[in-house]
Design a protein around this ligand. Structure first.
Ligand code: HEC
Length: 346
């Protein structure tokens, strides 16, 4: 009898040990081992303020991070990505720099010295907690390879072959994923702000796309606007009295009334070319917006036309909404009137 009890206890103990080992295969410690100090290079990088930091020890160890690669001379996708991350930063508020860390690393370190990066971050009015980093070219290539964001073509001098290069992750759980600069900033903010922090727990109030009410059809123009323009432009929300809603670029409420259609089409299709041709309006806009250039998003004429149709319809909708609530006597603080301050911008 005693023997039986003893062997039963033994079986139990073995069972517990096995179970706990099985469990630990998925525990955090393992992930840390795989994606730890042995994997990530601890190369030195220099911040926009000239401070030297180590990639692994100072930037990612034990942290939830957003990392992207940019270069300040980039005319197309980087400004969009920066503007979108700026929205993410605004959504996360003062958590940035405390429990979410944001890093933009240049792929053009010979040009992007700390002072150049500093000027860039100031142009975009980037708040604290988000570092812009440069370093030795070889170190940055190594980093990009390790982060899976390296692109051969880009390295051979064609910087604009720049891959969409955003990575979010939690070094301590070993959970990493690539993001797209076209991602909705709220989605991205949720991923880094809650999902990466405690991804095993469902959110308190579980909401699923499947539960969402059926949405109206979204036009091609609206879809393009949301993914390519909304990070930098609002339509009827960026009022001067509503500064927290202001984006990097001008509010586009009524812009189709304000400008000639042909000018708008040419401008949205190739703003850089208009600047090169010294188009007076394009130059004035650039100067009025802290020298942040409107990026060339490589859209064709049909796409730009569908965008302008959307901007026009949305402006009219906003106008009706304002009239309606004015009539109903609702206090319209911050949303009536011209979308932009009249006078100080072209
Ligand atoms: C990275 C930010 C950014 C993105 C993305 C962006 N823009 Fe702009 N846009 C600007 C800035 C900044 C200006 C003003 C300075 C300038 O023109 O260089 C501007 C100017 C404009 C103007 C001129 C406004 C006026 O008063 O005449 C139009 C029109 C415009 N953008 C449309 C678009 C459309 C449409 C998209 C999407 C396809 C888009 N922009 C995407 C930043 C952006």
């Amino acid at each position: 009898m005693q023997r039986m009890v003893r062997s039963l206890i033994l079986v139990l103990i073995v069972g517990i040990v096995l179970a706990s080992q099985g469990g630990s295969l998925h525990a955090e410690g393992d992930a840390r081992d795989i994606w730890g100090a042995d994997y990530f290079p601890n190369v030195p990088l220099v911040t926009q303020d000239g401070k030297t930091v180590r990639f692994f020890d100072d930037l990612i160890k034990g942290k939830v991070v957003v990392i992207n690669f940019i270069f300040t001379r980039c005319q197309d996708v980087c400004p969009l990505e920066t503007a979108r991350l700026r929205e993410v930063q605004k959504i996360l508020g003062d958590r940035v720099g405390k429990d979410v860390f944001m890093y933009s690393i240049t792929v053009d370190p010979n040009f992007d010295k700390p002072s150049v990066l500093k000027a860039y971050s100031q142009r975009f009015q980037i708040g604290p907690g988000w570092l812009f980093l440069t370093g030795k070219e070889a170190d940055i290539i190594l980093l990009r390879k390790k982060l899976g964001l390296y692109n051969e073509e880009e390295q051979s001098g064609n910087l604009s072959a720049h891959t969409l290069s955003l990575l979010i992750g939690n070094q301590s759980t070993g959970r990493w994923m690539k993001g797209s600069p076209f991602e909705n900033p709220y989605v991205l903010a949720t991923q880094v702000g809650s999902w990466l922090h405690n991804w095993k727990l469902p959110p308190k109030e579980r909401r699923d796309y499947a539960d969402a009410p059926e949405v109206r059809n979204i036009s091609a123009g609206e879809n393009l606007f949301r993914t390519r323009c909304a990070a930098c432009h609002t339509i009827g929300a960026g009022d001067i009295r509503n500064p927290e809603k202001r984006r990097v670029g001008p509010d586009l409420f009524g812009v189709t009334q304000k400008r000639e259609r042909e000018w708008l089409i040419r401008f949205v299709m190739a703003p850089d070319r208009m600047l090169a041709e010294k188009d007076p309006l394009a130059m004035a806009l650039l100067a009025a917006y802290d020298n942040v250039p409107m990026p060339d998003l490589r859209l064709n004429r049909t796409e730009v036309e569908s965008l302008l149709t959307f901007i026009e319809e949305e402006s009219q909708r906003k106008m009706r909404e304002r009239r309606g609530s004015e009539a109903a006597g609702v206090d319209q603080k911050g949303s009536v009137g011209p979308a932009e301050p009249v006078g100080d911008r072209p």
